[in-house]
Write a protein that binds this ligand. Structure first.
Ligand code: SF4
Ligand code: FES
Length: 248
C-alpha cells in the first residue's frame, strides 16, 4: 500500500505544533500501525531528519502507552484493540491517515505524539491501592468467600490498562471511565472495602484537581475503550461516592 500520513509534529511542550505530510510506500497490510511508523522513522533517520516521537512499550495491548488519535479515533478504526494491535489491513492503498496525540488539557503534549499521562498516576496514588498486610501472616484466599459475579466484575474492571482513550474520546475530556474502573476493581471485593470511603473521595478529588472534565453520559469512552470497560463502573463509582460523602 502507498499512503499519505498527516502527522502532528511538535518540538516540545512549549512549541506550537503543526501537521506535517509524509508519503510512505510499500506498506504491508500485515504490519502493525507502530511497525508502519517505525518504517517511516527509519526513512526519516536515513535522510537525517528528526524521527516522529511516539509512546510504546509492550506492543501487545498490555501497557497502555501506545496512545494515538488516528483519523480522529483513539487507537484508530478497529474495535477492542490498542494502537499496537491495530493492523494496516484496516486501511487501503491510497489512504490519507491523520495521526495526532490524545487531546486533553490534563494530557499535555511532551513531543510530537507523546503526551504526559502522569495525571493518571497521581489519581492512582490518591487511592488505587489496598493496605492488606502481606508480610507473612496473610489469610488463605479461600477463607473469605467472594461472590462469583462480583469477582468477575472486579476482574473485568481490573483489565483497564490506563491508556487514556476514554479521555481522548470524551468531548469533555472526562476521566470517569478510568477512575471508575480503578475504584470498582476494589469496591467489589471484601479486601477493597477497608479503604473504600477514602479511596473514592480521594481519587475523585484528584481527578478534578488534574483538570479532567465532567461526565455527561455520552458513552463515547465505552465505545473507544480497547478493554471494553463498561459504563456500569461509572454508575458504581457514583453510588460509592454518594455513600462516602454521606458518611463523611
Ligand atoms: S477505561 Fe479503557 S480507555 Fe480508559 S484508560 Fe482504561 S483501558 Fe484505556
Ligand atoms: S505498546 Fe503497550 S499497549 Fe500498545
Amino acid at each position: 500500500m502507498n499512503l499519505t500520513l498527516k502527522i502532528w509534529r511538535q518540538e516540545d511542550a512549549q512549541s506550537k505544533g503543526k501537521i506535517v505530510t509524509y508519503k510512505i510506500d510499500d506498506v504491508s497490510p500485515d504490519m502493525s500501525f507502530l511497525d508502519m511508523i517505525d518504517m517511516l522513522n527509519e526513512q526519516l533517520n536515513n535522510k537525517g531528519e528528526d524521527p516522529v516521537a511516539f509512546d510504546h512499550d509492550c506492543r501487545e495491548g498490555i501497557c497502555g502507552s501506545c496512545s494515538l488519535q488516528i483519523n480522529g479515533e483513539p487507537h484508530g478504526p478497529d474495535t477492542g484493540v490498542t494502537t499496537c494491535q491495530l493492523h494496516m489491513r484496516m486501511f487501503k492503498d491510497g489512504d490519507t491517515i491523520f495521526i495526532e496525540p490524545f487531546r486533553a488539557k490534563a494530557f499535555p503534549v511532551i513531543k510530537d505524539l507523546i503526551v504526559d499521562r502522569s495525571a493518571f498516576d497521581r489519581i492512582q496514588h490518591a487511592g488505587g491501592f489496598i493496605s492488606i498486610n502481606t508480610s507473612g501472616n496473610t489469610v488463605d484466599a479461600n477463607a473469605i468467600p467472594v461472590n462469583k459475579h462480583n469477582a468477575d466484575m472486579a476482574f473485568d474492571a481490573a483489565t483497564c490498562i490506563g491508556c487514556g482513550a476514554c479521555v481522548a474520546a470524551c468531548k469533555n475530556a472526562s476521566a470517569m471511565l478510568f477512575v471508575s474502573a480503578k475504584v470498582s476493581q476494589f469496591a467489589l471485593l471484601p479486601q477493597g472495602r477497608i479503604e473504600a470511603t477514602d479511596r473514592v473521595l480521594n481519587m475523585v478529588r484528584q481527578m478534578d484537581d488534574e483538570g479532567f472534565g465532567n461526565c455527561t453520559n455520552t458513552g463515547a469512552c465505552e465505545i473507544e475503550c480497547p478493554k471494553g470497560i463498561s459504563l456500569e463502573n461509572i454508575a458504581r463509582m457514583n453510588r460509592e461516592y454518594l455513600s462516602a460523602s454521606l458518611k463523611g
